[in-house]
Unconditional design. Sequence first.
Length: 555
Amino acid sequence: MYIKSFLFLIFSVSLYANAWWEGKVVYQVYLRSFQDSNNDGIGDIPGLISRLDYLQSLGVDALWLSPIHKSPDYDFGYDVKGYFSIHPALGTHQDFQQLTLQANKRGIKIMMDLVINHTSDQHPWFLASKSSKSNPKRNWYIWSDGKGNQPPNNWRSRLDESSWVYDESSNQYYQHSFFKEQPDLNLRNPEVQKEIEKIMHFWLERGVSGFRLDLANYYMKDAGLRDNPATNSWSKWFQSSVYAYMGQEHLYDKNHPDLANFYRKLRTIADNHNALLLGEVDVDDGEQAIYAARSVSNQTKGTGLHLSLHRDFISNKFSAEGLENIITEHEALMPRDIPMVVTFNNHDHQRFSTTHTAAETRLAALFTLTSKGFPVLYYGEEIGLKDAYVPQALGKDPLPRIMWKPAYFAQIGRDGCRTPMHWDNTAYAGFSKVEPWITFDKEGAVSVEEQEQDAKSLLNFYKKLISLRKQHVALAKGKQTLYKTGIKNLLIFKREYKDQTIWVAMNFSPANWISLNTQITPENILASTHPQTTNLTELGPMQAVITTKIPSPTL
Ligand code: GLC
Ligand code: CA
C-alpha cells in the first residue's frame, strides 16, 4: 500500500517535472484573422505557417488555435460538425501536418481548442439523435419530456434563453448551454466518452501538445435534471433583473461534482502524451468557491485538469489592489505550486488596449510576463491592437442579436476583438490582398513592420519580457512573495529560484512618484516600462521596473 502510494507520488512528481509547459508562454491564434494565404479574405493554416518565423522571434512556446474543424460557422468553429476534419476554408490535413512540423522545428508546440460540451446542430450525431426517439444516438444528447407544456426545468443558457428547445416531431426538448444551434452532448453516456477519447487520440497522434477545453465546467449536468435553486447572493439577484441567468445558483447545470471522474479520464490520456489540459472555467462571482478552485483542485492527486483558464484579470479592475486581490485569492484557493493563468485578452472580450491607456497596456504586459503564472497571450496584444467598431449590420457574431441587454452589457458583440492582425500598412494590413471576412480598422494599431523598426515599441517590449523569462528561471517558475507596503497604487513582488532573486515594482498611480530609497543602477535593471539610462531612485507615474536590487519604497 505504502509502496504503491510512494510510486504514485514519484510518478506524478516526475510527470509534472517533465511537463513541457512549465514556465512557458502560450499565444492564442484566432486563425480566421491571423494570415490569409489564398486571398479569400479568411486566415488559414498555410497563412499561419508563413508567420511562424515572426512567432519564433516573439519567443512564444506554444500556439492555441481557435477551432479548426468543419463547422457551419454559426459560432465560428465553436459549433463543430466533424471532429476529425479540418474546415476547408482553413486548410487540409496536409497543411496541419506541415504546421506541426514547421512549428516544432522552431521550438513551438501546437494546441487545439477541444469543443466537446456541445456540437453543431448540423453534426451528423445530432441529426441522427433528432431523427427519432429510438435512434441509437438519441442518448448522445440531453433529451427530456416537458412538464405539461413547459420545458423540463428552469435552466437557462448562458445567453439567457431557456436551456431547452422543443422538438415537435418527438414531442421532447433538447438541452443547450450556449446557442440553441449548439446542443449539449450527453457526456455521461459511455459511448460519447469513448468518442471523445478517440478524438483526443486522433489529434495527439498528429502532434498536438495540448487542448484548450471549451466550457470545461459545463460537461456534466444533474442526471435528474433538477431545477436550479434561486441565488442567495444579493449582487447576483440584483443583476438578474436584466440577466435572469444570474438569478440562479448553477448547482445542476455546471460545476457538477461528477466532472472529477470525467476529468480523470481526460487527464490520463493527456499525461500519457505529456499534453496540457487548459480548461476554460466559466464562473460568476461566488460560484462554489469559484468552482472548487477553478477545477484544478485535484491537481495534487494528478487527476484534474492541469490549468484553468478564467477571466479574473479581464473582469476585475486593473490596479495594484485589484491584482493583489486576485493573487491572494488564487493562493488561498488553489493547491500550492499550480500556476494561475494570467491572461488579459481573448476572442470573447474587448481587447485590453481598447479599454485602457497605452501606459496601462505596458504595465499589463509586464505583469503578465513576470508574475507567477502561466501567460496566455492573444494575437495582436503584442502590438496593442485595438477592437474595431463593427456596426450591427456588418456583425458576424450572433451573440448581440440574441442577448441585447444595453443596460448590463455595454459592449457585448465579440466581433471587435476578432479582426485581422496588422502586419504592415498595405490596404488590408498585410493580412490579405482582398477585403477581410470581417470589418477592420486600419488605424487599429501600429503595424508589426513599423514596430519591429522601433526599439521602444510595445512589440519590442513584449519580446524583451519574453526573453527575460527565458533567461531567468526565477521569473519563469520561481516562488512569488507579495510585499505589503501600505502604499496605495504600488504593487511589489519578489520572484526567487534557488539563489536567483528578482524584484518587480509597479506604480499604478497616474500622478504620484514613489521613492525607492535606493539607487538602482542601470545594470541592475532587467527591464522597465520606461527606458532607463540613469540611476533609478523613484518610480514615475505608471512606471514599473524589474530589478535585481531590493527596493524599499516610501511615498
Ligand atoms: C466559449 C468560447 C466562446 C464560444 C462558447 C461556446 O466560451 O470561448 O467563443 O462561443 O464557448 O462554445
Ligand atoms: Ca484563406
